[in-house]
Design a protein around this ligand. Structure first.
Ligand SMILES: [Zn+2]
Length: 302
């Protein structure tokens, strides 16, 4: 049975990188943040701008013009692949893909990538922002998925960049994808990514995915690190989420195939409907394209 792999995560967690690594696999197609095509919220989403550089892209010509509910199945059928990788992080889309997959006879594996809080704090700190500025997005994104009983396995970004072959191998064994040596590094296949992280797309332009290990913390940060860590440790909501993410880490229980069946509640939470409504309005009145950024910025406004 073909498999849809949803790569999800909060803003700037490395989703595009993991998406591309999986898309390098055999019989796989990585489509990027495709929800922006079907549910556009910025003016530039109305046109496919494919990473391959062709305009129009002959591959997207075959798959783009179908109803959204048939998209993933169409990719598998028309491109003759067993795995379709989607890194749309927008939660209503992520949730809707579960029932589309079930109805169109494909299985689903959801993998969530996350950065440990102290690294999120460092990212903020080195940009001169509040070191705890990530907190609300982090709690909102993960808290909503967990409360919904959304099934997913987790991957720590740090572990992925430290041991990419091992972690990717673990994920592949869970989804039944044959791991190809070096799959995490070289662009084995022509990428037809759309939208997603601009930085990773720039790296792809060189034909190779260069994994940048997270730098050690600066001396400035080291001086305040303990204080920040203490504040994180006192935040029970954040700690509970991190504990749950670690419990679900692929490295913890390699080879185990977790249940991927999502039982959609009869009544979806209010944020789902609000988010869909805002999306519908934005579709009619899209924003102008301002600067390259991950489309998960949308999550902050939802
Ligand atoms: Zn293309």
């Amino acid at each position: 049975m073909p498999t849809l792999i949803n790569v999800c995560g909060a803003s700037r967690s490395g989703t595009t990188m993991l998406d591309v690594m999986l898309g390098n696999g055999q019989s796989a197609f990585s489509c990027g943040e495709v929800y922006a095509w079907f549910r556009p919220w910025r003016t530039h989403h109305r046109k496919i701008r494919c990473a391959c550089g062709s305009d129009p892209c002959p591959v997207w010509e075959k798959i783009a013009y179908v109803p959204e509910a048939r998209f993933h199945r169409t990719v598998c059928d028309r491109l003759n692949v067993d795995f379709v990788i989607d890194s749309s992080k927008y939660m209503p889309w992520l949730i809707d893909t579960q029932s589309w997959a079930e109805k169109s006879g494909i299985s689903v594996f959801n993998v969530l990538i996350y950065k440990p809080p102290i690294e999120l704090a460092y990212s903020q700190f080195k940009r001169g922002r509040d070191p705890l500025g990530w907190r609300d997005d982090f709690v909102k994104y993960h808290g909503r998925l967990l409360r919904l009983g959304f099934p997913f396995s987790a991957v720590s970004y740090r572990e992925l960049v430290r041991s990419p072959a091992k972690i990717l191998g673990d994920i592949c064994s869970r989804i039944g994808m044959h791991y190809v040596s070096g799959q995490e590094m070289a662009a084995r296949v022509q990428s037809h990514h759309v939208f997603g992280s601009f930085g990773v797309r720039q790296q792809l332009d060189g034909g190779e995915l260069r994994i940048r290990a997270e730098p050690e913390f600066s001396d400035d940060f080291e001086r305040v690190r303990e204080t920040i860590q203490a504040r994180i440790d006192r935040d029970s909501e954040v700690c509970d989420i991190v504990d749950e993410l670690e419990r679900r880490s692929v490295g913890r229980r390699p080879g185990e195939r977790t249940s991927t069946q999502f039982r959609r509640p009869l009544v979806m939470p209010a944020w789902y409907h609000v988010s869909r409504l805002k999306g519908a309005v934005r579709r009619v009145f899209p924003q102008d394209f301002a600067a390259p950024e991950s489309s998960t910025e949308w999550e902050r406004r939802s």
